[in-house]
Design a protein around this ligand. Sequence first.
Ligand code: CA
Length: 223
Amino acid sequence: MRLLLVEDDALLNSRLRSDLERAGFAVDVAKNGVDAEFMGESEPYDVVILDLGLPNRSGLDVLRHWRAAGNSVPVLILTARDAWHEKVDGFKAGADDYLGKPFHVAELLARLQALLRRGVARPPGLLQAAGLELDEDTQTARLLTTGETFELTGTEFRLLRYFMRHPGQVLSKSRLAEHVYDFDAERDSNVLEVYINRLRRKFGRDLIATRRGQGYILGAGEG
Ligand code: CA
C-alpha cells in the first residue's frame, strides 16, 4: 500500500515513517501543503495521513482541492488535541477519519487498516482471497487448505497484500509497482517478476496467473 505522510514536524515525521514502513506501507513524505497537494494529485496513493497545520498551504485547503478535483483517496487528518472545530472542519472538507495529537502509533495503524478495509468493502477480520489468509499484524500468510503458515519478507508482504485486496482483477506491472514501492525506490519490472515467482513458489504456481501483455491476476482459477 502506498501511503502519503503529510507532516512538517521533522521528529514526528521520521518516527512515523519508520513505524509505517515496518507495518508494510511504502511511504512518501511531504513537509508542506504545496508539495502535498501536488504529490496527492500525481501519485496513486492508497491512503493519506494529513496534518492540518502546514507551511505554505493549510491541510484543509489541500484536502478541499483534492476533493474538488474528484480525488477520493482515504484521508486521516491529524488534529490538535481537543480542537473539536478542527475535526468538524476536517470532515466538512472531506476527511474520512481523524486522530488528535499526541497519539499512540498502534491506534494510528488500527485506524489506517480500518480505512483501507472500508475502501474494498470487506468484513472485519483477516484478509482472505484465493485460498490464503493474510495476517497484517504478523505479516504472515496461511494456506486455508492445509493451515500451514508462511513468513513473508517486506516486499512479498506488500505485493501479496495488494493482490489480495484486488482478487480476480488484472493488475499491470506498472500499477503493482506504483502501489508496492515508494517514490524513491527503483521500480524495475524484472524485480517485480522475481517477487511474483517467489510467491508462486511458496503458495503454488496457480496462485497468480500471467496475462500476456496485460499483467497478473490473483486466483484466476477460482470461480
Ligand atoms: Ca504541523
